[in-house]
Design a protein around this ligand. Structure first.
Ligand SMILES: [Zn+2]
Length: 287
């Protein structure tokens, strides 16, 4: 077995950007892989490295587990009715999640974050109700309790603090912030795959106002464009993505996926640092 160990370099976004713009640079991995690893390492400190064998590239976790990062091109692909949803980590991070205030259209196939590596979720959070349950903590949203996995609960506490300040100025947001469940060991409604709720990384708010694509004939749903940015931003800042940005929209659903938020932020920061962008800013300032 060919074994390749890639050391992670904890670099700032600007240093990473210089490296990526240089076409790869440090290490032997392509720029896209390096960006994924940077965000995975930052989001999940238990990820310690990357190894490669005939089946593909594997994330190493500190407890010795391995999770498929990228399947080798000639390795057997998953089969079965939901095979398209059984993805490796690289595929789960391939679609760039749009951060607020961006609110792009959601045509068929546009659901950034809806494809998940269940191997990674099981490695991070547990593979049964009992093992996931060991890592759960109680958090609150506007005084109502919710059970989430430890990191997601910590993120929820920070989001709750900022939302409490926000509703003092915008009390009309309160009806949209009624918590309706976090951890539940269940499958996705209408599908066979385990829900992210089963890993304690998702919660739903105000389902009576914010609907789900299987419950509503509208495609897209108008609320995908008008749902308050203040709420979406408050959660995105803490590493949650919003299901309202998916073709198969889930307007009530927020999910702790800090690696996707990190990747989106880093790419946005890098775009802002291109020579063209700097030139544009300079020209504006001259005018
Ligand atoms: Zn949900």
């Amino acid at each position: 077995m060919r074994l390749l160990l890639v050391c992670f370099l904890l670099v700032s976004a600007s240093a990473l950007a210089r490296d990526l713009e240089g076409g790869g640079g440090l290490g032997v991995e392509p720029a896209a892989t390096r960006l994924d690893l940077y965000c995975l390492r930052l989001s999940y400190p238990s990820v310690t490295g990357l190894v490669e064998d005939a089946q593909g590239q594997w994330l190493l976790l500190e407890n010795g587990q391995r999770v498929l990062y990228a399947r080798a091109w000639d390795a057997p692909a998953p089969a079965g009715p939901e095979a398209a949803w059984v993805v490796d980590v690289r595929t789960s991070m391939a679609d760039i999640y749009p951060l607020e205030p961006e609110r792009p259209d959601t045509p068929l196939g546009f659901s950034p974050g809806r494809r998940r590596s269940h191997d990674l979720l099981q490695a991070l959070y547990g593979h049964s109700p009992a093992t996931v349950g060991e890592g759960l903590e109680q958090a609150f949203l506007l005084g109502r309790p919710v059970h989430l996995s430890r990191q997601a609960a910590q993120a929820m506490r920070r989001a709750d603090a900022s939302l409490r300040e926000m509703i003092a100025l915008q009390p009309e947001l309160v009806p949209l912030l009624v918590i309706d469940g976090g951890f539940t060991w269940r499958r996705i409604a209408g599908e066979q795959r385990l829900s992210p709720h089963a890993f304690g990384i998702a919660f739903d708010i105000s389902p009576h106002l914010a609907t789900y694509w299987r419950w509503n004939p509208l495609r897209p749903h108008p609320m995908q464009k008008i749902y308050p940015s203040a709420i979406v931003e408050a959660f995105e800042r803490e590493g949650f993505i919003w299901g309202g940005k998916w073709h198969e929209y889930d307007l009530m659903h927020f999910e702790y996926r800090p690696e996707l938020v990190c990747k989106a932020r880093t790419l946005r920061d890098m775009r802002a640092m291109t020579p063209q962008a700097k030139e544009g800013v300079e020209q504006k300032s001259i005018k």
